[in-house]
Design a protein around this ligand. Structure first.
Ligand SMILES: O=C(O)[C@H](O)COP(=O)(O)O
Ligand SMILES: [Mg+2]
Length: 411
């Protein structure tokens, strides 16, 4: 039998390096994961360089590669993808950015790049939409809150460039940076000026917004400054359904991933109760994915929480959340006729608190798939599997071959 449907599950940032807190094991290696292990035992495993060996991928470039859109050819910046995910429709002439609600102290130093992983930022976003005014620069803007501390901005107007730096210092205890044009082009200067003005005005609005006043009273870090990065214009991405002959959906609370799905032509299916964090309703997500497989050929599902634990350097929290994921995945074991692909998009080692280039584990299980001797889903066990070491861009061709949608190369 040959599978007709594909469930493509990305366990965001799940892979890691040996952790001292786990006696030298990775969180995935230390976690009890009977469901993932059974899928590994029934499938073919390997490790994967999402972009290429030694390249530290962002979630944007890695997901593009996994879907068969190598970022070297298709990437035009994170901003427009994140913007689409929040519901901002990027059209020609718009410049998109990823934003963080962050905390600065009285001296203006960034004390938390994620404002204590703030959530419920919609009132802050609304105040920004209502009060920031860029008309003096001849510009409009769109601003939408995303999951957790995330948000997206798009500048709208004539003569805007996308080659500008970020104000995100990427570390804490220092001042935010000034956004600068990366070229002599007046269009990039115009964008940089608009960004700095947007950050100034939004900072004034956020400073004494009731949401932040309340957070300070509760001893929580306020979201009183926007860090913005990932400037870009929307690229032209060939549509997934035409490219592969597969209809598809994306299920992800992380707006970057739903945005990538949307721009390649996958239908975004929102699932109430999912947050993109460790408190997400994973059972609802898995139910929604199985439901979508009844309507569509291909379902991309992203589970994000382990990546956040890696960014926070919390190895035990990461291990424990992996066990929560594993329990939630139990219904997948009954999907005997579906090709199931499970992988990480990149490693997020707790020791690095950011992404690394360490290859990630991958498993493919389904009808007709040759199995190997690997029976544990972790970084070390999968390295002994039959897929060996592949690149992210190789995954879709392998999937298409396994579902008989591949074209013969040669006569
Ligand atoms: O979680 C995310 O959205 C990013 O992958 C990490 O970004 P951050 O460091 O700005 O949270
Ligand atoms: Mg990621």
């Amino acid at each position: 039998m040959i599978a007709e449907k594909v469930l493509f599950l990305v366990l965001d940032g799940i892979s890691d390096r040996p952790c001292d807190a786990l006696d030298g094991l990775t969180p995935l290696g230390a976690a009890r994961t009977p469901v993932l292990d059974r899928i590994a035992a029934e499938g073919v495993c390997g490790i994967m360089d999402s972009v290429a060996p030694g390249i530290r991928p962002g979630s944007d470039t890695s997901h593009l590669a996994l879907l068969g859109y190598p970022p070297q050819e298709y990437y035009t910046g994170r901003g427009p993808l994140e913007a689409e995910g929040t519901g901002i429709h990027m059209t020609a002439g718009m410049i998109g950015f990823r934003c963080n609600f962050a905390t600065v102290d009285a001296d203006g130093l960034v004390t938390d790049r994620r404002a204590g992983r703030i959530s419920g930022t919609e009132p802050l976003a609304e105040a920004i939409r209502e009060n920031v005014d860029l008309s003096g620069l001849g510009l409009e803007f769109r601003f939408e809150a995303g999951a957790g501390h995330r948000a997206a901005l798009a500048l709208v107007g004539e003569g805007l460039g996308d080659k500008v730096s970020s104000n995100d210092p990427k570390k804490e205890g220092v001042l935010p940076l000034t956004i600068r044009p990366c070229t002599d082009d007046p269009a990039d200067r115009k964008t940089a000026d608009a960004c700095n003005e947007f950050i100034r005005q939004s900072g004034e609005i956020l400073y004494d917004h009731p949401v932040n006043v309340r957070r300070i009273e509760e001893g929580l870090p306020p979201g009183n400054l926007l860090l913005i990065r990932g400037a870009g214009k929307m690229g032209a991405l060939p549509q997934f359904p035409e490219r592969y002959g597969l209809s598809g959906s994306v299920i992800s609370a992380a707006t970057l991933i739903s945005g990538i799905g949307k721009v390649v032509g996958l239908e975004h299916i929102p699932v109430p109760g999912t947050t993109g964090s460790i408190d997400s309703d994973l059972d609802a997500k898995v139910r929604a994915a199985i439901g979508e497989l009844g309507r569509k050929d291909f379902v991309l599902m992203n589970i994000k929480g382990a990546d956040e634990a890696g960014h926070d350097g919390k190895a035990i929290q990461k291990r424990d959340f992996i066990e929560v994921i594993d329990k939630a995945l139990a219904p997948l074991l009954d999907l005997k006729e579906t090709l199931i692909v499970i992988c990480a998009d990149h490693s997020t080692p707790c020791s690095v608190k950011d992404h690394s280039a360490d290859p990630v584990p991958v498993v493919i299980r389904g009808p007709g798939v040759r199995t190997d001797r690997t029976n544990r889903f972790d970084e070390v066990s999968c390295a002994e599997g039959g897929l060996h070491r592949i690149r992210g861009r190789d995954l879709m061709p392998i999937v298409l071959d396994l579902i008989n949608k591949s074209h013969k190369y040669g006569a």
